[in-house]
Design a protein around this ligand. Structure first.
Ligand SMILES: [Zn+2]
Ligand SMILES: [Zn+2]
Length: 320
């Protein structure tokens, strides 16, 4: 299995024999525009996955605005059909949705998938609608003229989009959250999107280890350093719902994941800090990359068309 790093523009144009993963938002909690976070990026979570000609999107943080523009450009006068999967409904994962251009275009179709945390839990349609109401937003959900198809899933329900198979596992996070796994039967590629989760002190949850078993790419919430989490020299972050690169590395080892991708960067971690964190994480788990806006990966059959591009200059492609 080989993993290559592309640019967004290249990845959107290439063939369907593999799984393409494009990072549009990698920052946790709140967007951080500015020079100090330019290389890794400041938009909140949004990851696009193209598999078998189907467009999957994980979370609608502020990064989804640029993804919408790219999708519109790639399809030209054609229709956009996308499947948007939510990990959970915290603000940083939904706030880009009102700016997702394809949702306003008649003829487009957006399937929206959410795992409801119990019968009393919030429904995604209600939450998206509530953030698009006066006085905090001038345009309502009803102004989105694409066909919006909402799917509320029960815990453990498996989803198929085209030939791709998606399953999930609940993770520990305030108000609930799920990690998603995507599998492509044709290329054999697989990835896990595991953001916004806190590890247990003594053991990783077996459901998460199983979800990440043998995966090509494990995107993992590494918001805090181990010292920040423990409170060494400052306030601790236990109970805040996030994890560390050390635990991500332990999970990658236990699950035999090929590549670990650190994600949901803390707003206070500037590019220099992230470079140092990346080096530290690679000493712990060699095949570690750090998610950055503009980074695109190809998972699956080895391709000769790969090219190494943007993102942090320190990053290189990883293979195993
Ligand atoms: Zn978050
Ligand atoms: Zn959250």
């Amino acid at each position: 299995m080989k993993l290559l790093i592309f640019s967004h523009r290249t990845a959107l144009a290439i063939s369907q024999v593999a799984m393409h993963v494009n990072f549009y938002g990698v920052r946790g909690s709140i967007a951080t525009a500015g020079e100090s976070t330019r290389r890794y990026g400041g938009n909140t979570p949004c990851v696009a996955v193209e598999v078998g000609g189907e467009q999957l999107i994980f979370d609608a943080g502020t990064g989804i605005r640029a993804l919408g523009s790219d999708l519109a450009r790639a399809t030209g006068a054609g229709r956009v059909h996308a499947n948007l999967f939510f990990s959970h409904l915290h603000w940083d994962h939904i706030q880009g949705f009102p700016f997702f251009g394809p949702a306003y275009v008649p003829g487009n179709r957006i399937d929206i998938w959410h795992v409801r945390p119990g019968a009393e839990g919030p429904m995604v349609r209600d939450v998206l609608s509530e953030q698009m109401q006066p006085p905090t937003f001038p345009v309502g959900l009803d102004m989105m003229r694409a066909e919006l198809c909402f799917h509320e899933l029960g815990l453990g329900e498996v989803v198929r989009v085209g030939d791709a198979r998606l399953r999930h596992a609940a993770v520990d996070h305030p108000n609930g959250c799920v990690a998603w796994r995507v599998e492509d039967p044709h290329s054999g590629a697989s990835m896990v999107y595991a953001t916004d989760l806190e590890h247990q002190a003594d053991a990783l949850p077996p459901e998460l280890i199983e979800l990440a078993r043998g995966v090509d790419l494990l995107i993992y919430d590494a918001m805090y350093t181990p010292e920040e989490y423990a409170g060494t020299g400052g306030p601790g972050r236990k109970g805040w719902g996030h994890s560390t690169f050390e635990v991500g590395a332990a999970l990658a080892e236990l699950a035999d994941a090929k590549t670990l991708c650190l994600f949901h960067h803390d707003p206070s971690h500037d590019d220099g800090f992230m470079d140092a964190l990346a080096a530290r994480a690679r000493r712990r788990f060699r095949n570690t990359i750090v998610a950055a806006e503009g980074m695109a990966l190809e998972l699956g059959r080895s391709q000769d068309r790969g090219l190494v591009l943007p993102a942090p200059a320190a990053q290189t492609s990883a293979s195993s």
